[in-house]
Design a protein around this ligand. Sequence first.
Ligand code: SAM
Length: 335
Amino acid sequence: MIQFSTRRDRLKESARRVKVTRKNPPDAEDAWDPAGNPRFDVRVAHIARVYNYWLGGKDHFAADRAAGEQTISVYPGIRLSARANRAFLARTVRYLAAAEGIRQFLDIGTGLPTANNTHEVAQASAPESRIVYVDNDALVLDHARALLTSSPQGATAYLDADLREVDKIVDQAAGILDFSQPTAIMLIAVLHYIPDVGEARAIVARLLESVPKGSFLIISHAGSDLFPEEMDAFEKSLNEHLPADRHVARPRDEVMRFFDGTKLLPPGVVRVSEWRPDAAEEAATATTLWGGVGRKALPWSPALRAAGKPALPAARARDAIHDPVTWCPGPPGPR
Ligand SMILES: C[S@@+](CC[C@H](N)C(=O)[O-])C[C@H]1O[C@@H](n2cnc3c(N)ncnc32)[C@H](O)[C@@H]1O
């Protein structure tokens, strides 16, 4: 069910109850709804809450803290890496809103509300921006009202759904977003929880199909080739704690292939801290995530491309298709 940023719907949302399978959660009042029913199983770690722990947030339970501590013990850099990922989210959204005129954002795998949520960043540049948040975690749903604080000119909504349910996401998000207009699809630190790479690619391709050219795709993704030994130990440790999700880091060339059908904006797929950093210090932050932004491309005629001529008018040539093997090859012709 999608939730809208009106008072009535916020009240409806707070009345929602999330079903759980176990009783007697050990340590958190938040785990109970006002009627005394448990909201979710706090004995099992979930990535949204573990990530909140790495970020220094307060929305986690003992199982999440145990997972957080053990993963930090094998890879202490995960805290900085998670922060660098949030900073990447803010920089990419700010850039698309301020410089590319994007006014619609579909943020899938939203995470728990924290500083610089997508609507706050986008609406700071363009108050009329419309944002749909999507996550499959019960606690994120429970805290969704913090995401439904749109500017009066714009709109925000929250959809309780799994990334794999692309048709449901697109159908329901269409109540808020106009999919005939350019939209930013945001898959920030979520695709590495889809273990099958073919399934992950199909999800991205299907999402890209649902938006017009001139739309953007933002991805950050754990890199198996960034600090490979630490990442391997970190991933094993994390997966021992996550019965519902499995973390699968991928090498940079696999992450780049998610951008097929788009043209990568410079600097291409890089460590998230190196994507248009605000300061040299920011760029130097060690991170285990690759990140990039691609613009949905216009098709190219293979024959004309081989001849080195753009198949499209020069003004539209910058939207030419991304070569999946080398990042940001760019078409011949002016940008
Ligand atoms: C590591 S957090 C990233 C949060 C946020 N995107 C960020 O980068 O700060 C991953 C989020 O994706 C969500 N998630 C994981 N698998 C998902 C799926 N299959 N469908 C929807 N959300 C998912 C988790 O609940 C969690 O909130």
